[in-house]
Design a binder for this molecule. Structure first.
Ligand code: FES
Length: 153
C-alpha cells in the first residue's frame, strides 16, 4: 500500500482514490462471500444424487441393524434411510436432503422425514411437504422376509 506513494500530482485525489479502492476491495470480498453462499444455496442441490440400482439386504438380527427392531427406529445404509414405521412396515428413501444434501432423519411422531439443516420435510414416501427443498426424495421398495429386510429400486 505505502509503496504506491510515488505519485505527487493531485495528492488529495490519489488519497481519495486509495480510499475508494479500499472500499471496492472490501465490497468485492463481501460480494465474494455472498456469491459463494449463494452458489451453495442454489447449486448444491445439483450435487444431491439419489442412489440408483439399489438392492441390498439388512439382517435384523445384527446389532448394527437393531434400530429397525423398534417402530420409529431408522438407520442409513448405502445412501438410503430405512425406517420402521409400524409393526411390519418399513419405508426407505434416499438419505440426502434434495436441498443441499444433509442427511434427513425419520420422525415417527410426525410421520415424516425431516432435514435439520433448513427444515425441509418429506412424507414417509419421500414427497416434499415443506421447503426449502423442492424435489422429492427417491423412494425404494422394502420386503421383509423373516429377519431379512431387502431394500431395492
Ligand atoms: S439441506 Fe437445506 S433443508 Fe435440507
Amino acid at each position: 500500500m505505502e509503496s504506491t506513494q510515488g505519485h505527487h500530482d493531485n495528492q488529495p485525489l490519489f488519497m481519495n482514490r486509495k480510499e475508494f479502492l479500499k472500499t471496492v476491495m472490501y465490497g468485492t470480498a463481501a460480494l465474494g462471500i455472498t456469491a459463494c453462499i449463494g452458489s451453495c444455496l442454489s447449486g448444491c442441490s445439483d450435487d444431491v444424487t439419489a442412489p440408483s440400482n439399489v438392492d441390498f439386504t439388512l439382517d435384523l438380527t445384527l446389532a448394527a441393524n437393531a434400530a429397525l427392531l423398534t417402530t420409529g427406529g431408522y438407520l442409513v445404509s448405502n445412501g438410503v434411510i430405512v425406517a420402521r414405521t409400524g409393526t411390519n412396515q418399513f419405508t426407505a428413501v434416499s438419505a440426502k436432503c434434495t436441498h443441499e444434501g444433509t442427511q434427513v432423519a425419520w420422525q415417527q411422531s410426525n410421520n415424516r422425514f425431516y432435514c435439520s439443516n433448513h427444515g425441509a420435510t418429506f412424507t414417509s414416501a419421500g414427497v416434499v411437504t415443506g421447503g426449502p427443498a423442492s424435489k422429492n426424495l427417491t423412494q425404494y421398495n422394502t420386503t421383509l422376509t423373516g429377519n431379512s429386510l431387502r431394500v431395492f429400486s
